[in-house]
Design a protein around this ligand. Sequence first.
Ligand SMILES: NC(=O)c1ccc[n+]([C@@H]2O[C@H](COP(=O)([O-])OP(=O)(O)OC[C@H]3O[C@@H](n4cnc5c(N)ncnc54)[C@H](O)[C@@H]3O)[C@@H](O)[C@H]2O)c1
Length: 329
Amino acid sequence: MKVLVTGGAGFIGSCFVRMALGADDPLSATAVTVLDSLTYAGNRENLAPVEGDGRLTFAHGDIRDAALVDALTPGHDAVVHFAAESHVDRSIAGAAAFVSTNVGGTQTLLDAALRHGTGTFLHVSTDEVYGSLAEGSWTEDHPLLPNSPYSASKASSDLIALAYHRTHGLDVRVTRCSNNYGPYQFPEKVVPLFTTRLLTGGDVPLYGDGSNVRDWLHVEDHCRALFAVLRDGRPGEVYNVGGGTELTNRQLTERLLDACGARWDRVRFVADRKGHDLRYSVDSAKARGELGWRPLHTFETGLAHTVAWYRENRAWWEPLRERVAAVAH
Ligand SMILES: NC(=O)c1ccc[n+]([C@@H]2O[C@H](COP(=O)([O-])OP(=O)(O)OC[C@H]3O[C@@H](n4cnc5c(N)ncnc54)[C@H](O)[C@@H]3O)[C@@H](O)[C@H]2O)c1
């Protein structure tokens, strides 16, 4: 299979590429083209473990560049679309890039896939499109009720992608995944932010009273779900992907403090995020039943390995901490 991976230098996209070119060979990949504009969140270093692989081509460019996308798309059997502005806090500070990349960029890619008869377009989305819920879990047919500019832009792109299936018959598949954690995550997101601060003697900012609930999934388990959707998913279908580990931010902080050998005096409570969604929870029964997918990492071992990775890979994240400060909103 020849795959075009947008956002393949980011956190999840690079994991997908490393696994696709790894020993398990989940896609029988003969070529992987990464299209990435290397925003502050993109990093060629994330692809270092597979950089010498002859099947990998890196294209430095923007998914909104219609001419470039049109030139790159032919010859690929599938597009796996990760590229996005992905940080909720940034979308609150300024939404323009989120709408432009997440909505306009997705439409540019869909047009090219349609024009060139690409076999499958896998749109990687998020559970945040459903909004917030107090109890129970969302199934795939739940209405989309996004609250932040980030999740609204992702919901828009989901709907545009599905419209290309219904209108044009393009084989579009959508996944909606819960919060990912793991190695190579840019240190503005809560797990690497807290871990790197705790490892360097700093304090950590906890929003509000820390009662917001998120469901956590190891990034490799997310990518395994994506391989399963590419192999066995059906055109026009949406698949929820969740870890089944729901934690309040307070509980998550406690686990990270323990893993880093730190105490609660390192935690600073800060004003809550505007419009902070209380709880996300997806029902992954469809992916489990139809695709035979299930997470392989338990949260306990996954988090322990993740913290160990940040402990051992300071050379990867120390330069990025300066980048976080430079692009702080
Ligand atoms: N991180 C999570 O917990 C999570 C959960 C569910 C879904 N998702 C979705 O998965 C995808 C990847 O998320 P991530 O956490 O890896 O994000 P990330 O911010 O780490 O990576 C995004 C990548 O996209 C690239 N990019 C951004 N704008 C671009 C543009 N205009 N043209 C080309 N490349 C561009 C960046 O350079 C970066 O490499 C996103 O679509 C996100 O909505 C993320």
